[in-house]
Design a protein around this ligand. Structure first.
Ligand code: PMP
Length: 435
């Protein structure tokens, strides 16, 4: 097998540093192994880079491309809208249709407000929660990511002693330059520990509990049986708003997101990524009595690009396809086969690893022998080892995230799954040899 090389990407990113910090446009695209890649096109499950490599894509742009790259229906809808205008600074029938689809698909969605990124929609959720309750405190969880703003980038990926004990985690700033005061009303708990939520909420001063309903930014960890129900019950009892951040799980783990699949309905939920298959769309959805406070009152939510018409055309086309019977069933079967195939490959190689999560977004925990339950378990993953494995896999034509997450699309068919498992087998053999 000839191994892919990435020399041109390396050179071009190095040259671009003259104009762009690090040659990239996001913190999370910098410093990846063996180099940030430069792409020239994509179709189906494939990415084509400037070195001439065709890579099977499990990155899926960190989640959005649920229908794969270049789905004809979504592209067709966006192209048709381009002939009718891009941005109106007003409403369109497309946005009404998109909002209706979200309300039909998602259990908590009685109203929808569109935004341009998940980060913004999370901010709106917090502002609305504080305004609606008259309270200041927001509870979030270690390892959960809700965008890069000062107000929420606390303990998203903390390490070391600064975290404090699991029984009383200390909020850790995620970035240099972060306003320390922006964290004064954020409290961090350990996720999947029902008693922590119950005890904290009992004080009656928490505006909202914000969580990924299944934790997909650190590992892909399911809530323990009864955990979401306990959080739901504690929120209801104490007048606290429950927000599910479904930026990853929304329209990915099922048409109704994690809330439908796991059977617990929040008051508000945040969506982005798979809602528009790569177009810049996010949404806050939720209970009408809360959401309608955004209408005509004093809660400000702006955004020049909110509900941009081409993006809305793509949203309608994406959600229509995702409403088609059988779409998720197929992904479910193939994703499960891939998860099982990878787990077997690790077992055969004698390398401990867990493969956990949903068939449409799962996580490989290299070095773990038990499925992780919360963020602190994820810290035991062999990170340098997995980065090396992901690099070996990339050289064999498969691109998956260095942090262990795998995203699946409707286009990853049985043959692609087989090719992927074979590539992993080969990569792992090399990994073991050179360990
Ligand atoms: N919430 C979650 C759960 C996310 O995974 C992300 C992005 N990875 C965000 C919020 C922020 O979304 P965006 O990158 O669109 O701002």
């Amino acid at each position: 097998m000839s191994l892919a090389v990435f020399d041109r990407s390396k050179d071009r990113v190095a040259a671009a540093k003259q104009y762009m910090p690090g040659g990239v446009s996001s913190h999370f695209r910098y410093g990846v192994s063996p180099t940030p890649l430069v792409f020239e096109r994509a179709e189906g499950v494939y990415l084509h880079d400037i070195d001439g490599n065709r890579l099977i894509d499990y990155y899926l742009a960190l989640g959005p491309m649920i229908l794969g790259h270049m789905p004809a229906d979504v592209i067709g809808a966006a192209k048709a809208q381009l002939d009718r205008g891009i941005l109106y600074g007003g409403q369109s029938e497309l946005e009404f249709a998109a909002a209706k689809l979200v309300c039909e698909m998602v259990p908590c969605a009685e109203r929808v407000r569109f935004c341009a990124s998940g980060t913004e929609a999370d901010q709106l959720a917090l502002r609305l929660s504080r305004a609606a309750t008259g309270r200041d405190v927001i509870v979030k969880f270690e390892g959960h990511y809700h965008g890069w703003m000062d107000s929420v980038l606390w303990s998203a990926a903390p390490t070391g002693n600064a975290m404090g004990p699991e029984s009383g985690p200390v909020p850790v700033a995620g970035s240099a330059g972060q306003d320390a005061l922006a964290g004064r009303n954020i409290e961090v708990l350990s996720w999947n520990r029902p008693q922590q939520v119950i005890d904290r909420l009992a004080r009656g001063d928490v505006a909202a509990v914000l969580m990924e309903a299944a934790m997909c930014n650190s590992g892909a960890i399911m809530p323990q049986p009864g955990y979401l129900e306990a959080a739901r019950e504690a929120c209801t009892r104490n007048g606290t708003i429950l927000i599910f951040d479904e930026v990853i799980t929304g329209f990915r783990v099922g048409p109704g997101g994690a809330q439908k699949r796991l059977g617990v309905t929040p008051d508000l939920a945040v969506f982005a990524k798979a809602i528009a298959n790569g177009f810049a769309v996010a949404a806050l959805a939720g209970r009408s009595d809360l959401m309608d406070q955004l209408a005509g009152g004093n809660i400000v939510h702006g955004g020049t690009y909110n509900a941009q018409a081409v993006n809305m055309a793509a949203t309608v086309a994406t959600l229509k396809r995702l409403s088609t019977p059988g779409v998720y069933d197929k992904m479910e079967i193939r994703g499960r086969r891939l998860m099982e195939g990878l787990a077997e490959t690790f077992k055969d190689a004698g390398v401990p690893a867990t493969v956990t999560g949903f068939p449409q977004i799962f996580h490989v925990g290299l070095g773990l022998t038990e499925p992780p339950v919360n963020y602190r378990d994820c810290l035991r993953v062999d990170r340098p080892g997995y980065i090396r494995l992901a690099t070996l896999l990339l050289q064999r034509g498969v691109r998956a995230l260095e942090r262990g997450a795998w995203f699946l699309s409707t286009e990853h068919d049985d043959a692609i799954v087989d090719t992927t498992i074979a590539a992993m087998r080969d990569a792992l053999a090399e990994w073991v040899k050179t360990r």
